[in-house]
Design a protein around this ligand. Structure first.
Ligand SMILES: *Cc1c(COP(=O)(O)O)cnc(C)c1O
Length: 368
C-alpha cells in the first residue's frame, strides 16, 4: 500500500452516502444548472469566508478571469503576479487581456511583497496585482492591504489553495475580489470542476454574475460579452451537503498532520519552508536540486508518493515563448524553489500510521 498524495477512495468512503443524497436531490428537482442549489451553496460559502457575496463558476481559472474582467482590466495592461503557481494564474491574466509582469518569490514561495512594493514604486503604470496564497500559506495580509492602499492597485487574490485556513483574516479579505477553485484536489473539492469569485463589493459581484452567464443581466438581455462559466446544481449540492460540513474537521486534521511532520522530520538534507499560517493544502519541503530525483525515488521505494509544485516557473513555459510578458528582477528564488521543492502526502484521510511512514521514509534517506 502506497501513501498517496491524495486519496479519493478514502474520501468516497467517508462522503459517498452524502454525495448520493445530494445527487438524488438534484436529479429529482429537474433543474440542473444555476438554480437553488447554487444559490444556497454561494450563501453558505460566503458565510464561511466571512464576506457578503459569492458567485459560483466553472473553475478556478475562470474565477480569476471573471474577477479581472469585472475590475475592467484593459487589453494590454500589465498584471503583476508570481512565476511560481499553477499555470492557471497566468493563463487567466492572459485570457482577460492582461500582460503578466512576474516578480520573484520569497523563501516560502509566495510573492515577495518587498519586491512588489519596490516594483510598484518604479512602475506607476501597473494597476493590477494577482497574488497567490501558495501551498495554502497565507500571504502577509496586512502588508498586502498596505500595498493596495499605497499604490491604489486592484488586487485579485488567488485563494485556490488557501480555503480552510484558520486565521483572524481569511484569504480573500484584502483584495478587491478573491478567486478560488473546487478542483477535486483542493481543500474544498467537488467531484469534478468548479470555482468561485467572492468578495465585499456588491456591484463587482453583480458584474461577475452577469459575466459568468453570457453577459446576461436579465434573460435575453446581454449587457456584455460574457462567458459560459456556470456552476452545476450537482456540484453545488455535493459541495454544500457532503463537503462543506466536513471542511472544519478536515482543516484541523491537515493542521495536525503538519504539526506531526514538523515535529518528526529530522534529516539535515531536507529542509522545511518558513510557513506559519497555512491551510496546509500541500506540505512542501526542499532538497538540493541535484538530489531531488534520488530523494523522490527513495520515498517511492518506501511506499510514499511525492509531488513537485512546480517543476518549471511560468515565465519559462513553452506557451509563453510566443507571448508578451515582462520580468522584474532575476526570479532566482522562484527558479531555485522550482528545482528543489518536493511535496509530501497531505490530505485529511491520512492515518497516523501513514504519517509515521512518511516521516520514517524521509528520516532514513541520505544521498548516495
Ligand atoms: C488549482 C489552481 C488554480 C486553477 O483552478 P482550476 O479549477 O483548476 O481552474 C489556480 N490557481 C491556483 C493557485 C491553483 O492551485
Amino acid at each position: 500500500m502506497t501513501v498517496l498524495l491524495n486519496d479519493f477512495k478514502r474520501q468516497w468512503d467517508e462522503t459517498g452516502e452524502d454525495v448520493h443524497a445530494a445527487v438524488e436531490r438534484v436529479g429529482r428537482s429537474g433543474w440542473y444548472v444555476l438554480g437553488s442549489e447554487v444559490t444556497a451553496f454561494e450563501e453558505q460559502f460566503a458565510r464561511f469566508m466571512n464576506v457578503p457575496h459569492c458567485v459560483g463558476c466553472a473553475s478556478g481559472l475562470d474565477a480569476i478571469e471573471l474577477a479581472l474582467r469585472a475590475l475592467e482590466l484593459r487589453p494590454g495592461e500589465r498584471v503583476l503576479t508570481t512565476p511560481l503557481s499553477a499555470f492557471a494564474t497566468t493563463l487567466a491574466i492572459v485570457r482577460a487581456g492582461g500582460i503578466p509582469l512576474f516578480v520573484d518569490v520569497d523563501k516560502a514561495g509566495n510573492l515577495d511583497l518587498a519586491l512588489v512594493e519596490d516594483c510598484l514604486v518604479r512602475r506607476p503604470d501597473v494597476r493590477f496585482v494577482v497574488p497567490v496564497h501558495l501551498f495554502g500559506n497565507l500571504l502577509d495580509v496586512d502588508r498586502l492591504a498596505h500595498i493596495r492602499a499605497r499604490f491604489k492597485v486592484r488586487v485579485v487574490e488567488d485563494c485556490a489553495q488557501a480555503i480552510g485556513v484558520t486565521a483572524d483574516r481569511q484569504p480573500g479579505s484584502v483584495g478587491d475580489l478573491a478567486a478560488t477553485s473546487f478542483y477535486p484536489t483542493k481543500n474544498l473539492g467537488a467531484l469534478g470542476d468548479g470555482g468561485a469569485v467572492y468578495g465585499n463589493d456588491a456591484d463587482l459581484m453583480a458584474t461577475c454574475r452577469t459575466l459568468r452567464d453570457y453577459g446576461q443581466s436579465q434573460k435575453y438581455v446581454h449587457e456584455r460579452l460574457g462567458m459560459n462559466s456556470r456552476l452545476d446544481e450537482m456540484h453545488a449540492a455535493i459541495l454544500r451537503s457532503a463537503m462543506m460540513p466536513r471542511l472544519h474537521a478536515w482543516g484541523a486534521r491537515r493542521l495536525d498532520i503538519a504539526q506531526r511532520y514538523r515535529a518528526g522530520l529530522r534529516n539535515s538534507w531536507v529542509s522545511l519552508l518558513p510557513i506559519s499560517t497555512s491551510s496546509w493544502h500541500l506540505f512542501p519541503v526542499r532538497v538540493e536540486a541535484r538530489l531531488r530525483t534520488q530523494f523522490r525515488d527513495h520515498l517511492g521505494g518506501a511506499g510514499v508518493q511525492s509531488g513537485v509544485h512546480y517543476p518549471r516557473i511560468i515565465s519559462e513555459q513553452p506557451a509563453l515563448s510566443e507571448m508578451p510578458f515582462e520580468i522584474d528582477g532575476p526570479l532566482d528564488q522562484a527558479r531555485q524553489l522550482a528545482s528543489e521543492e518536493v511535496s509530501l502526502p497531505m490530505h485529511p484521510h491520512l492515518h497516523d500510521e501513514d504519517v509515521e511512514r512518511v516521516i520514517h521514509a524521509v528520516n532514513t534517506w541520505s544521498p548516495a
